[in-house]
Design a protein around this ligand. Sequence first.
Ligand SMILES: Nc1ncnc2c1ncn2[C@@H]1O[C@H](COP(=O)(O)OP(=O)(O)OP(=O)(O)O)[C@@H](O)[C@H]1O
Length: 267
Amino acid sequence: MIVVKVGGSAGIDYDAVCADIAGRHQAGERLILVHGGSGETNRVAEALGHPPKFVTSPSGYTSRFTDRETLEIFEMVYCGKMNKGIVERLQRLGVNAVGLSGLDGRIFEGKHKDSVRAVENGKVKVLRGDHTGTVEKVNTGLIELLLSAGYLPVLTPPASSYEGVAINVDGDRAAAALAVALRAEVLLLLSNVPGLLRHYPDESSLIREIPADDVEHYLEFAQDRMKKKVLGAAEAVRGGVRRVIFGDARAGKPVSEALNGAGTVVS
Ligand SMILES: Nc1ncnc2c1ncn2[C@@H]1O[C@H](COP(=O)(O)OP(=O)(O)OP(=O)(O)O)[C@@H](O)[C@H]1O
């Protein structure tokens, strides 16, 4: 089993990702696709007059402040435009894909965090009304049903809180939790960069290998949103996934190239 997570940043070639996945699925490989949608969510939020707000925690992690209106825009883009766009591409390629969010069948579950600590102008503030959380539990029943019937699941945040409330969760860490729950051999985290760069944005500074027992050490090279990917990779290998790859989804055959050794390999 391979869990592929494709991001939602500008420059990602979804046609290339879907064509590669379709070919591998049709050759009999067991795959699941998880996707993001941050770039398009920012654009739509601006257009709807509710611009995105990002907050940085005292420990340096950046996340989207998700009030109820932001959550609804997030769902429009992630579960609507992005998810159905990917499912349509796969259907056109002859793959019977099924798009679901983490709310459906409670695939992704976690605790609802209503408040977040954020550093603003050098001061730590507590912001309330947040709809975020972290995936703590993956309910694999529905996924296994789909896989055994030959469907290709295409999953996206949000997740469900334990009370059934939609929560914005990080897609990389959700994919990591899924890979652990399904005992996947490989987790691919594809985005608009060649992998983890030692000196971002210098693409020639690609880190080729990260030892599985030393992933957290590499957090120092990741800025802002890349930190969550490194954290997700650490969680996946700790949970038994043998290989995590940060790969490039901008062109070519993103899945196959990553599996053939391109990108940053954590093992
Ligand atoms: N050291 C680094 N190496 C590579 N990218 C980095 C680094 N530090 C920060 N980044 C940033 O991290 C981004 C990737 O994370 P991001 O969460 O935006 O991607 P995504 O997975 O495509 O999006 P989504 O949240 O929609 O799933 C890159 O576009 C880059 O700007």
